[in-house]
Design a protein around this ligand. Sequence first.
Ligand SMILES: NC(=O)c1ccc[n+]([C@@H]2O[C@H](COP(=O)([O-])OP(=O)(O)OC[C@H]3O[C@@H](n4cnc5c(N)ncnc54)[C@H](OP(=O)(O)O)[C@@H]3O)[C@@H](O)[C@H]2O)c1
Length: 264
Amino acid sequence: MTQPRPATPADGLFWITGASSGIGRAVAIEASRRGWRVVATARRGEDLVRLASDAEGPGAIIPAAADVTEPSGLADLVARIEAEHGPVVRAFLNAGLYLPVRAVPFEAEKFHRSFAVNLGGTVNGLAAVLPRMAARGFGQIAINASVAGYSGLPTSAAYGATKAGLINLAESLKFDCDNRGILIQIVNPGFVRTPATDVNPFPMPFLQPVERAAQRVLDGMARPGFEIAFPRRFAYLLKLLRLLPHSLYFPLVARATGWRDRVD
Ligand SMILES: NC(=O)c1ccc[n+]([C@@H]2O[C@H](COP(=O)([O-])OP(=O)(O)OC[C@H]3O[C@@H](n4cnc5c(N)ncnc54)[C@H](OP(=O)(O)O)[C@@H]3O)[C@@H](O)[C@H]2O)c1
């Protein structure tokens, strides 16, 4: 099995979804500093235009607004960008929603919305770039999942399910991508300070600034390893927890998160 190489700014464009805010925005700014020409996608077009004018690096940022839940819109966008500016050789499929849920009341709509954006939106992004990369025999795709995808956590039934799905999706695609010259990677961040996590009412262990997270993502994408997980201590701790038998896992996590006997 061959290991495809990471793309470089000399190869072509870097497409980032979810670039209007949080991790995607910070990765776009840092990538442009590192010399990449970035294509920035999200629904809020005016925020993308502001991002493009704020960027200071040697690479430019091209705003390209779209909703990731609309497959034909994303495919058209990538076709147009490639016709105007050249090949997309690197993608960070990052657009995502964080909607905490409880068992009671059971809000099916939040599950469906999470699945549509986090899973469906990523699949639409893959459909827009992966066939083009396969035809060229070269490319790099990183999918933003989360350490919350490792195993079940309180309030995470919708979000965690999408992230576990993305981890499995990327692992499964890797077998074919490796043989087609496409480097596929999974990004599993711990807590990062962004508008999505600002609403969390609980203390977030190992919380990181978004600029640091952007550096970790880009440093990881400059190497060929499959998983980009950070902060490492938090990721390893959660990986260890998932190895425990369920009879130990559930009481331990319930106690650590203050979830024992909670019925509010
Ligand atoms: N923050 C953390 O602690 C953390 C930890 C692990 C993983 N992550 C993952 O990191 C990714 C980014 O999260 P964040 O914390 O940076 O959140 P954020 O600041 O809320 O950013 C989310 C981004 O996704 C975009 N987005 C949402 N729905 C979209 C849609 N239908 N079409 C196109 N774009 C859409 C938003 O742009 P518009 O609203 O303009 O469309 C925004 O740019 C998510 O996948 C999240 O699960 C975050």
